[in-house]
Design a protein around this ligand. Structure first.
Ligand SMILES: *Cc1c(COP(=O)(O)O)cnc(C)c1O
Length: 227
C-alpha cells in the first residue's frame, strides 16, 4: 500500500512552501483529501496520519463508507465534490459538511426545501457554487455568465448562505487562467472560500488564493478506475 502518511506530510510541506512563497498566511489553504474509490482502511490510514478533511464525488459511495467512519472519528469533515442529483439532496445534507457543487436553480430550491423540512437549528452544510470556468458542455457547474443570477436566487429568494466557489479546469488547459477567473468572480461576489487545485496543480492554486485544495492521487496513489 502506498505510504499514505508520508504522502500527506509531503503534500502539507509543499502547500506550506507554496503559501510562504506567495506571501500568503501559513495554514491559509485547507487540504481536502479526495477519497473517492479508496477503501475504508486507506481512509483510516489517512485519518491516523492526522488528516481531518475528506472529499467524495458520489453520494452513494460516500454513504457506504462514511457514516461509520464519521461515527468512529468525530471531527472529521466531509465535502461533496461531485455533482448532486436533486433526489439525493436529503442524503447529501445528512452526510456532508460542505457541498462544493451547487450549480443550478433546481438544486438550490431542493436544498432550501430540505433545510426547511429539518428541525430548526439542525446543522446544515456550507455551500459552494461550482463554476464551469471552461464552459465545457459535459461538465457540471454554472457558467460564469449565469453565476450572478444563481447567487441572487440563493441569497435573496432562498436565503441560502453561499460560502465560496469551486472549479475544475478543463483537462490539458493551463489551469492558472481558470484559477484567476474563479478568484476574480469570488471577489466580485464577496465570497471568501475558493476550492481549486488538484494533485497536478494544488501548489499553483494555493499561490493564487485557494482556501481549499482537493488532492487524491498525491495522497493515496493512482486510482484503479477512471472516476
Ligand atoms: C478526483 C477529483 C479530485 C482529485 O484529483 P487528483 O488528481 O487525484 O488529485 C479533485 N477534485 C475533484 C472534483 C475530483 O473529482
Amino acid at each position: 500500500m502506498t505510504d499514505i502518511a508520508t504522502n500527506i506530510e509531503s503534500v502539507k510541506a509543499a502547500l506550506t512552501a507554496a503559501l510562504e512563497n506567495a506571501g500568503r498566511t501559513a495554514g491559509g489553504t485547507r487540504l481536502v483529501a479526495v477519497s473517492k474509490t479508496r477503501s475504508v482502511p486507506e481512509i483510516q490510514a489517512a485519518i491516523e496520519a492526522g488528516q481531518k478533511i475528506f472529499g467524495e464525488n458520489r453520494v452513494q459511495e460516500a454513504l457506504a463508507k462514511w457514516p461509520a467512519l464519521k461515527a468512529a472519528h468525530p471531527g472529521t469533515e466531509l465535502h461533496l465534490i461531485g455533482s448532486l442529483q436533486t433526489n439525493k439532496t436529503r442524503q447529501a445534507l445528512d452526510l456532508f459538511d460542505v457541498i462544493q457543487t451547487l450549480d443550478r436553480p433546481k438544486l438550490a430550491r431542493a436544498i432550501r426545501k430540505e433545510i426547511d423540512r429539518r428541525a430548526q437549528g439542525a446543522a446544515t452544510p456550507r455551500l459552494y457554487i461550482q463554476v464551469n470556468t471552461g464552459e465545457e458542455t459535459q461538465k457540471g457547474g454554472v457558467s460564469p455568465a449565469d453565476l450572478p443570477a444563481l447567487l441572487t436566487l440563493c441569497r435573496s429568494e432562498l436565503g441560502l448562505k453561499i460560502a465560496g466557489l469551486m472549479c475544475i479546469p478543463p483537462a490539458g488547459e493551463d489551469a492558472a487562467s481558470h484559477f484567476a477567473m474563479l478568484a476574480e468572480l469570488a471577489e466580485k461576489s464577496n465570497l471568501t472560500s475558493l476550492s481549486m487545485g488538484m494533485s497536478a496543480d494544488y501548489e499553483l492554486a494555493a499561490a493564487m488564493g485557494a482556501t481549499d485544495v482537493r488532492v487524491g492521487t498525491s495522497i493515496f496513489g493512482p486510482r484503479q478506475t477512471a472516476n
